[in-house]
Ligand binder design. Structure first.
Ligand SMILES: [Zn+2]
Length: 460
């Protein structure tokens, strides 16, 4: 039996913050009670003056592994995650080969396991040609759900397996469209897993396509209408089939309004936004340059403020990163050619803590990064809370020290991010994965001990 006792911290449990001791026995939280009443465990951590929070679950990361080791791999991804207090990552399926079948998922899991410093789950890919059988097999192999990239087709020969429809690739299979979603949604609903969409309507993107020279070009080429239309259309399908629809990286006030309309009309919808959309606006482009080239784009201050408000009042329940590293060389290409994406997993918790503090309620942060994500991924029985019976995935946060985001601190292979230069009034001090230390005093410790997580099927 191994025991970990975290003594005297301010514990952010389901009933709000409380000064308490947390005992973890063989990886599972066995007691959360008032200070001083717990027996001594094998390892005792003094957390007086600290916050004790549930480990974050980043539901949207791109490990690039296998496929693009120059950008990232499971080792560097999960080192960055651990240092940021993220104890579970859910990896998107656009690695190489793309995760469109059970066998691919199984080999990806086998490759990730020995490198993973945190727990991980894997999303499956929906292709234009995907069959119900393929999705059933992916679910049986442990997929946490399915992702459809509207407008991105599967290339049958090229190394970069997902290509925008406008890419010049003779081997491009048609991208999944609303027909694909309507065809597969009933099966996904039966499986009790979420359907995730990259919500930008391809027809609207194609109508507004233009050369990208300035940031204004980017905003005009990917208007908020594209997001709103994709959400409304997918939500109509979700409502009919009963599937749980999850909107990745919500970026606009217009998209938010479409989502709220859909929720009111009975669709089962969850919303995710990313720190970049909550922190930045087009005004930051002169300072950040291509670091902030992401799809969908970071829009206006009014969009940002609408998203912050929706996160504060619980309409948006999940903040994830869309952690998508590239190389410095790729990101320093001219604006039109630089690939979209930025790393973020290491700053997820810190940025959410700072935003929550400014909104007057620090406990919003663990709700956005842990409780909401656990529910989405079907992990809510084991993860997402500091409470008896949950995994001992715990983060000790120092609320009196500051972290300034700078490349030298970052452990992702891509060290420049769109939050460069931001200062957050917290430090992630210690991180425990199922009761074992993976970060002590801001430094990685121990061997890779991450496990693959599997969802408890959502009840439909
Ligand atoms: Zn993504």
């Amino acid at each position: 039996m191994t025991e970990l006792l975290i003594r005297g911290g301010l514990v952010f449990g389901p009933d709000g913050p409380l000064e308490a001791d947390v005992l973890v026995t063989d990886g599972v939280i066995t007691r959360v009670d008032a200070r001083g009443s717990t027996t001594t465990g094998e390892t005792v951590i003094d957390a007086r003056g600290m916050y004790v929070m549930p480990g974050a679950i980043d539901v949207h990361v791109h490990s690039r592994d296998p496929g693009f080791p120059e950008k990232e791999d499971f080792g560097t991804l999960t080192a960055a995650a651990a240092l940021g207090g993220v104890t579970t990552v859910l990896d998107m399926p656009n690695t190489v080969p793309a995760v469109d079948a059970a066998g691919v998922l199984e080999s990806k899991a086998a490759l990730a396991r020995p490198k993973a410093r945190v727990d991980f789950g894997l999303w499956g890919l929906i292709r234009f040609s995907s069959s119900e059988d393929q999705l059933e097999e992916l679910a049986a192999a442990g997929a946490v759900g399915f992702k459809a990239y509207l407008g991105y087709g599967f290339s049958t020969s090229r190394k970069q397996v997902l290509q925008s429809v406008d890419a010049d690739d003779p081997d491009l299979e048609a991208p999944p469209d609303y027909g694909t979603l309507a065809r597969l949604a009933p099966a996904i609903a039966r499986l009790g897993l979420p359907l995730v969409i990259h919500a930008e309507d391809p027809a609207i993107l194609s109508a507004f396509r233009r050369p990208l020279e300035t940031y204004a070009d980017l905003l005009e080429s990917r208007p908020a209408e594209a997001e709103a239309v994709a959400i409304s259309a997918a939500a109509a399908i979700a409502r009919e089939s009963g599937v749980s629809l999850h909107v990745a990286h919500l970026s606009s006030a217009l998209g938010l309004r479409a989502a709220q309309d859909a929720m009111r009309s009975g669709a089962r919808l969850t919303l995710e936004t990313c720190p970049a959309y909550l922190w930045l606006s087009d005004q930051d482009f002169p300072r950040l340059g291509t670091s902030m080239k992401v799809f969908p784009p970071i829009r206006t201050a009014a969009d940002r403020d609408a998203l912050v408000k929706a996160a504060a009042n619980g309409v948006i329940r999940i903040v994830a990163t869309d952690h998508a590293p590239h190389t410095d060389e790729e990101k320093s290409r001219p604006f039109g050619e630089a690939p979209s994406g930025s790393p973020g997993v290491q700053t997820l918790y810190l940025s959410c803590l700072e935003l929550a503090k400014r909104l007057g309620d620090v406990s919003l942060a663990p709700r956005w990064v842990s409780e909401g994500p656990a529910a989405l991924a079907g992990l809510g029985q084991d993860k997402g809370a500091v409470a008896t019976g949950f995994d001992g995935d715990l983060v000790i946060v120092d609320p009196l020290r500051k972290t300034q985001v700078r490349p030298a601190l970052m452990r992702s292979r891509q060290r420049h991010s769109d939050l460069d230069g931001q200062e957050f009034g917290f430090v992630i001090r210690d991180v425990f994965l199922r009761g074992r230390p993976i970060v002590r005093d801001g430094k990685l410790t121990g061997r890779a001990s991450g496990r693959m997580v599997r969802p408890a099927r959502l009840k439909s």
